[in-house]
Design a protein around this ligand. Structure first.
Ligand code: GDP
Length: 454
């Protein structure tokens, strides 16, 4: 690994402490150069904290700190590393980092500490990505899932698929290359069975991955419907606090407001969209545009209806735009006499679940949240233990398609070499998940998502 890298690893701003982290051969002596304590870091055993001062070029004490160093490979990065715990706030840590940089360290790129851990074999690529999952967790469950992946549970499953593919390829290649030797001829039926076993393993992973994504990123829920039906009130009922403006003037919510709540451990990303109606001015036009974008990007739409008023043509028009991929209907204002029945809504959106609620009294709100999770994930609670990234899901999807193509090719009597080529391509997708085939652009795309200092 090239040189010593350094960064402030704690969040920017005022805080109790801030940590400057360094990694690379010689970083202990570099830190020692600006550290004044009763004992030198150079004569301190690894992992042993020393109290002292950071001093500048003129020997002036800048901050009282704790310093520690780690001997490679027993550090996060797998190489010599050091940490300086300064007081929080922006100046002390910044000054300390500047001193490290002036002594020859270079500023770390985003994710470079974790990238070094990967390149030094401390973590595989899946584990490295799960570090990001831990940092970005929004609920207890997603934290647990990411931590489990860091311990290697996803890596084991992906490695099993890789192993199975490798064995199948090796077997096939051997029977192609050495037909005269003692290798038993490849029976297309057993090859088909093994391929189908592989596709089943990938399918299971993909279905867990979906739950994992919901746990990590949350289910995107767009609250939609005509103005004044109670979308903002429903948002407030979900949040149990006042966040978006509720008035009796139609068309008040002109922007898209997003809040995250945790429902039985599953994060719900609620988006309160502007009332969908023909815009009356420019601001409202922008609001409707953003609402439509939010609706398009959502995992599920909650179509909110004012149950105290008859359904209008406008309601029916809106309903048509909400059906795909997934929708739940909330007949609101059940504290008033209702004129909209569940039946009449089912006639408009057949098969769509309907809940009667009152955003005012809180009636039906918990059931509505259950219904949202159920409609998206097929269950009311997610207890999946896998935390996958979009990149991993994409590669799994490609591997799945290729495995199915290999099965099709095999059953249509295509030559063995062509089938093996497709299996090889599928295996490459799996290799990329594990980081076995590491090209520059793959590294760049994975680690650029990290923050500096991680
Ligand atoms: P939005 O335009 O769809 O966001 O609707 P709002 O949340 O701003 O609500 C519009 C009006 O309906 C306000 O006067 C609310 O007080 C009222 N409202 C919302 N939910 C309920 C409810 O459950 N019951 C009753 N009676 N009124 C409600």
């Amino acid at each position: 690994m090239e040189g010593i890298i350094a960064a402030i690893s704690t969040a920017w701003g005022e805080s109790g402490i801030a940590i400057v982290r360094l990694s690379g051969d010689g970083c202990r002596d570099l830190v020692n150069g600006i550290f004044r304590g009763r004992t030198d870091l150079s004569s301190t055993p690894p992992r042993f904290m020393r109290q002292g001062y950071i001093v500048d070029e003129k020997g002036m004490e800048l901050d009282e700190v704790l310093a520690v160093w780690f001997k490679g490979p027993f550090s996060y990065t797998g190489e010599e590393a050091a940490e300086i715990q300064c007081h929080g706030g922006t100046v002390a840590a910044r000054k300390c980092l500047d001193l490290c940089l002036s002594l020859g360290a270079r500023m770390a790129c985003p994710g470079e500490f974790t990238q070094r851990a990967f390149l030094n074999g401390r973590l595989d690529l899946i584990q490295a990505e799960s570090v990001l999952g831990i940092i970005r967790s929004r609920s207890d469950r997603s934290l647990q899932a990411a931590a489990k992946c860091l311990r290697g549970s996803l890596s084991t499953k992906v490695a099993e698929i890789h192993e199975e593919m490798l064995e199948l390829s090796a077997f096939g290649e051997a029977s192609l290359d050495h037909p005269d030797e003692d290798i038993p001829p490849l029976d297309p039926r057993s090859m088909g069975e093994r391929l189908s076993g592989i596709s089943e393993m990938i399918r299971l992973l993909l279905s867990s991955a979906r739950s994992g994504r919901f746990l990590r990123e949350g289910i995107k829920v767009a609250l939609s419907g005509k103005p004044n039906v109670g979308k903002s009130s429903l948002m407030n009922a979900f949040l149990q606090e006042s966040r978006s403006i509720v008035t009796s003037m139609p068309g008040t919510t002109r922007d898209v407001i997003e809040e995250v709540i945790s429902h039985k451990g599953v994060p719900l990303r609620l988006v309160d969209t502007a009332g969908l109606r023909a815009p009356r001015d420019e601001a409202e036009e922008e609001g409707v545009k953003r609402a439509l974008d939010a609706i398009r990007e959502s995992d599920i739409r909650v179509w909110v209806i004012d149950g105290s008023l008859p359904l209008s043509e406008e309601d029916r028009e809106i309903a048509k735009t909400l059906m795909d991929p997934c929708c739940v209907v909330a007949i609101n204002k059940s504290d008033l006499p209702l004129v909209v029945s569940e039946r009449s809504v089912e006639d408009i959106l057949p098969g769509t679940p309907v809940r009667v609620i009152s955003a005012f009294c809180g009636q039906g709100i918990e059931e509505l949240k259950d219904q949202i999770v159920l409609a998206v994930a097929g269950r009311t609670s997610l207890d999946e233990d896998l935390n996958t990234t979009e990149r991993q899901v994409e590669e799994l999807g490609k591997a799945m398609d290729l495995t199915i193509s290999a099965m099709d090719a095999l059953s249509s009597g295509t030559g063995l070499d062509a089938v093996l080529e497709v299996i090889r391509e599928a295996r490459e997708c799996i290799s990329r998940i594990l980081g076995i085939s590491t090209d520059e652009s793959l590294m760049e795309s994975v680690f650029s998502n990290f923050c500096i200092g991680k």
